[in-house]
Structure formats: C-alpha cells, structure tokens
Design a protein around this ligand. Structure first.
Ligand code: NAD
Ligand code: UDP
Ligand code: UDP
Length: 336
C-alpha cells in the first residue's frame, strides 16, 4: 500500500472510512512506554490496523512483542527526522525521548526530533488527510508561576537552559501543529501530558517513580533530590491512554491537559514507596539538577468538560502494579 505519490483521497471517501472500513493508525514512538500501552489499547479494536514507527532510542521491540506477527500490526524502524511516506487515517505522534537523562544526552537530536520530526508527521498528515495528535507536555509551562496550570497559561520557560531542547522543542511542535491547522486546515489534537508512570517504564531512566521503585526493590536508599518539597502529580498510564484516545476521537483541537491532579512532594512520594514496597530502606536527600520546576499540578477542568475524562487510578493503587512489573524485570522476589 505504501505509495509515495498517491494524492489524498477525495474527502467523501476519506470520511466514509471512519464509519465503514478499517482505520489505519500510525503511532510514532510506539515502542516506548506510553506508546506501547496505547498500541495495546488500539489493537483491542478489530477495526484498527496499527503501524508503529520507532528508532528504538529509548523504546524497545520487547514492549510490542505480543503484536509482532499479528496481521493488523506492523513495526517499522524509522527515525521521524526523516520523511515517511505511508498511507494512514490517524497519526498519534509520540516519538521523542521523555526522560531528562535521555533527552539531555543528545540535545541537538532532541530538538530535531521535536521540530523536524513533527514537521514531517504534519507533512504526512497533510498529504494523506490524516488527523494528527501530538503528545506535548506539562514542561511547556516551565517553572510555572500559576498553580495549578490551566491550558490558557503561557508558561515560564528558560529558552537557553539544559531542558530547553525538550520544553522549547515541544512548544515549537505545538506552534507547528497550529500553523498547519490554520494554514492547511489539518485536523489536529494536542495533549499536554503531566508525569505518567506504570509498567514498562525504563528502569534506569532517572525518573523519580522508576528510580524510587527500583531503589526500594534493590534495597538501596531512595534518592530525594533537594529540597524534596517540590511537587509533581502522577498519572497511571492506563488513565492517560484513555485520555489520548478520547482526545483523538473528540472534536476539540486542544491543547488539553491530561494528568492526575493528586499532588505530592517528592518526600511524600518517597515515604509512600518505602511504606508500600520496602520499609527497610532509607530516604536520603541528594543534589538536584538545574531548572527543576518547584511545583506541578494539572488543572483538568477542560478534559473533564470536553472529554468526560478524569483519572481513575490512585497513586497508592498504581504503584503496586508498577512494582510487579519491576520485580519481574529486576528478578526480585516478593519475599525480599
Ligand atoms: P519513551 O522514551 O518511553 O518513548 C518515546 C519513544 O519514541 C521511544 O520508543 C523512542 O525510541 C522513540 N523515539 C525517540 N526519538 C525518535 C525519533 N527521532 N524517531 C523515531 N522514534 C523516536 O517516552 P514516553 O514516556 O513513552 O513518552 C511518549 C511521549 O509522551 C513523548 O512525546 C513525551 O514527550 C510525551 N510525554 C511523556 C510524559 C511522561 O511522563 N512519560 C510526560 C509528558 C509528555
Ligand atoms: N513529508 C513526509 N511524508 C509525507 C509528506 C511530507 O515525511 O508523506 C515531509 C516532507 O519531507 C517535508 C515535511 O513533511 O519535509 C513537510 O511537508 P510539507 O508538504 O508540509 O512541506 P514542503 O514539503 O512543501 O516543504
Ligand atoms: N527526583 C528525585 N529523585 C530522583 C529523581 C527525581 O527526587 O531520583 C525529583 C526531581 O528533582 C523532580 C521530580 O523528582 O523534582 C520529578 O523528576 P522526573 O525527572 O521524574 O520528572 P520531571 O522533572 O520531568 O517532572
């Protein structure tokens, strides 16, 4: 089916595809943490054909192993900074490293992924007339001066800092989405995702929930970065995926915040992990990294009203589900 020069289908035909035949869906970054859970959910619908394009920088085939060989599934090794010529009806554009240690590892590549990668996916969406959803981030609010953060807040972002490749990159990606929407009439959706956790997170990606759970299971001290009073709001991955699918299916372009409004300090998170997973470990305060936002909590009024969405899984219920997955991967028994 992949043909480079095929013109977009005339709109009545394209429209009918939404009601009659299969929906062909591209998920960029589908081998990653959120992407692979999204693929699982999309594959449950027998009318969906799913194509994943991923360069395996932070993702892995392992996350998709149950779909490899399935007739409705296809996996392509592809870097989104290169053009991609395929025919699809919808694009979930997730490709981008999400964890600070990975996006800071090659910042120039990160910004290329955000800017050129998003441009390419918009060019593809334009050519084939697909609806495209961008997974933006709460980092577009930077170190916010408004709390909690509504979508109307423009943010407080350092343009030349070490996180800028990611947060400014996502801000440009959002700009590109809206310019293609206004200039070329593209159907766009933008989700601003707040911290998400769950099974299949990279064990050593340096993020706070994966760090604390791995440390608790290995019997190491939980490393709270100073001062420890900074806050985050953690959304379980199944809730997040549900929000993404509702956003894609709905009629609002966004941006829409998707996150769990339950707000915790990093010290509270450490106490909770200690209590639930390993009461014997210590909590120690270590040095923080530059530009660390002091507080973050989504205002999800818009998602509730427009998508009828709100998270169902509480932190105390989600952490044990992630613990199970980490135990298996780290080979640590329950008795430990
Ligand atoms: P992840 O690192 O697990 O997944 C990203 C995937 O993109 C990986 O499979 C990686 O190999 C792939 N990728 C990276 N660069 C690529 C490129 N140039 N070409 C093709 N593939 C590429 O991260 P995640 O947590 O699953 O995040 C998915 C998306 O959600 C990202 O866009 C991220 O910015 C966004 N997001 C995540 C969170 C979170 O808390 N996890 C929060 C806000 C936004
Ligand atoms: N593009 C792509 N797949 C397509 C169509 C376009 O990857 O099916 C890329 C293309 O290489 C270009 C980008 O998307 O770099 C933007 O495309 P657009 O047509 O909007 O702009 P133009 O090619 O006119 O600069
Ligand atoms: N953090 C921590 N200990 C760790 C890793 C992170 O206390 O081992 C803190 C970090 O300083 C930040 C918060 O946890 O305040 C969330 O960090 P993460 O990298 O998970 O996400 P982000 O900063 O992107 O929200």
């Amino acid at each position: 089916h992949a043909s480079s020069k095929q013109p977009p289908l005339p709109s009545p035909l394209r429209f009918s595809k939404f009601f009659q035949s299969n929906m062909r869906i591209l998920v960029t970054g589908g081998a990653g943490f959120i992407g692979s859970h999204l693929v699982d959910r999309l594959m449950e619908n027998e009318k969906n054909e799913v194509i994943v394009a991923d360069n395996y920088f932070t993702g892995s085939k392992d996350n998709l192993k149950k779909w490899i060989g399935h007739p409705r599934f296809e996996l392509i090794r592809h870097d989104v900074t290169e053009p991609l010529l395929i025919e699809v009806d919808q694009i979930y554009h997730l490709a981008c490293p999400a964890s600070p240690i990975f996006y800071k590892y090659n910042p120039v590549k990160t910004i290329k992924t955000n800017v050129i990668g998003t441009l390419n996916m918009l060019g593809l969406a334009k050519r084939v007339g697909a609806r495209i959803l961008l997974t933006s981030t709460s980092e577009v609010y930077g170190d916010p001066l408004v709390h909690p953060q509504p979508e109307s807040y423009w943010g407080n972002v350092n343009p030349i800092g070490v996180r800028s490749c990611y947060d400014e990159g996502k801000r440009v990606a959002e700009t590109l989405m809206f310019d293609y929407h206004r200039q070329h009439g593209l159907e766009i959706r933008i989700a601003r995702i707040f911290n998400t956790y769950g099974p299949r997170m990279n064990i050593d990606d340096g993020r706070v929930v994966s760090n604390f759970i791995a440390q608790a299971l290995r019997g190491e001290s939980l490393t709270v970065q100073s001062p420890g009073t900074q806050t985050r709001s953690f959304c379980y991955v199944s809730d997040l995926v549900d929000g993404l699918i509702r956003l894609m299916g709905g009629s609002d372009t966004g941006p829409i915040n998707l996150g769990n409004p339950g707000e915790f300090t990093m010290l509270e998170l450490a106490e909770t992990v200690k209590e639930l997973i390993n009461p014997d470990v210590e909590i120690k305060i270590v040095e923080n990294t530059p530009d660390d936002p002091r507080q973050r909590k989504p205002d999800i009024t818009k998602a509730k009203a427009l998508l009828d969405w709100e998270p169902q899984v509480k932190l105390r219920d989600g952490l044990p589900l992630m613990e199970e997955d980490f135990r298996l991967r780290l080979g640590v028994d329950k008795k430990n």
